[in-house]
Design a protein around this ligand. Structure first.
Ligand SMILES: Nc1ncnc2c1ncn2[C@@H]1O[C@H](COP(=O)(O)OP(=O)(O)OP(=O)(O)O)[C@@H](O)[C@H]1O
Length: 256
């Protein structure tokens, strides 16, 4: 990815310091500290229950940290509500996909397309949102004018729902896109269709965090990976180097 992803090594886009969150006696994230630079694709990996989704929830305001600091573009956003964070241009997908099941697939993009962020970025001129929504679906691999665009989202096959989730992030015109297990449940053919879309986003200068269990596919596109184990970051570096580390191998033994 290095040749097509110009990583800005200046001030980090996202700065996380000593971030911690417990649920009762469970320490889900413990003193996490890392930086993310503009244009990077960062993978977050780790065994089940290691704190990956909690990390995403902390970064996007769905869970409040017990302690620590999150800075985005130099601004302290710790404890902000999800809608304020989304407004800054941080978008996420969810592991559990809950579309507006009754609405046509393209109509599911209407909410992000009406968001205050899109309003301010477009100077209040939204244009023809149905057309924009259909363009976005095409961008994530829905065939132009295919019937699936008009189908109720609740009836879409899994692979299309994943693409719809990604399209919602694009609709928000997010700069930082956080994908929580985007690859899970996709066939090899579906993966072959979705990976180039992510590569294109990187070329466009987006910054991406991917939580993944599909390591082989992730490692082909990630600049860097963080490994979580029992809530702690146990490794941070290039995919190949990280997987060489004994602690990482041990964390994965028996679980992957
Ligand atoms: N809302 C919650 N209430 C109580 N415990 C929680 C909550 N959310 C997460 N946990 C616990 O925190 C720990 C980390 O969970 P988390 O979902 O972040 O892990 P994960 O790495 O994303 O797991 P997976 O790969 O299975 O999705 C787990 O022990 C989990 O049970």
């Amino acid at each position: 990815m290095d040749e097509i992803s110009p990583v800005d090594s200046g001030r980090p886009l996202l700065k996380v310091r000593d971030l911690s969150k417990s649920f009762g006696g469970v320490r889900a994230v413990i003193a996490a500290t890392f930086d993310l630079h503009k244009g990077e694709l960062l993978g977050i990996i780790g065994p089940n229950g290691s704190g990956k989704t909690t990390m995403v929830n902390l970064l996007t305001g769905f869970v409040k940290p017990d302690s620590g600091v999150i800075e985005y573009e130099g601004r302290n956003i710790t404890g902000w509500m999800p809608y304020r964070i989304a407004r800054l241009g941080i978008a996420r997908t969810f592991q559990m996909i809950r579309p507006f099941a009754e609405l046509a697939a393209f109509k599911n993009l209407v909410i992000p397309l009406y968001s205050p962020r899109v309003k301010s970025l477009s100077g209040g001129k939204y244009g023809d949102r149905d057309a924009v929504a259909k363009d976005l679906l095409e961008e994530v691999g829905f065939e132009r004018e295919s019937s699936v665009t008009y189908k109720a989202a609740g009836s879409l096959p899994h692979g299309y729902l994943k693409r719809l989730e990604l399209a919602k992030c694009l609709a928000l015109r997010a700069d930082l896109i956080i994908l929580d297990e985007l690859f899970s449940g996709l066939s090899i053919a579906e993966l072959a269709g979705i990976v180039p879309i992510i590569e294109k986003l990187m070329v466009e200068g987006k910054t991406i965090i991917m939580i993944e269990h599909r390591l082989r596919e992730l490692f082909r596109i990630a600049d860097r990976v963080l490994v979580l184990n029992y809530g702690m970051i146990i490794a941070d570096g290039k995919p190949a180097a990280v997987m060489e580390q004994d602690e990482v191998r041990q964390a994965y033994l028996g679980s992957e």
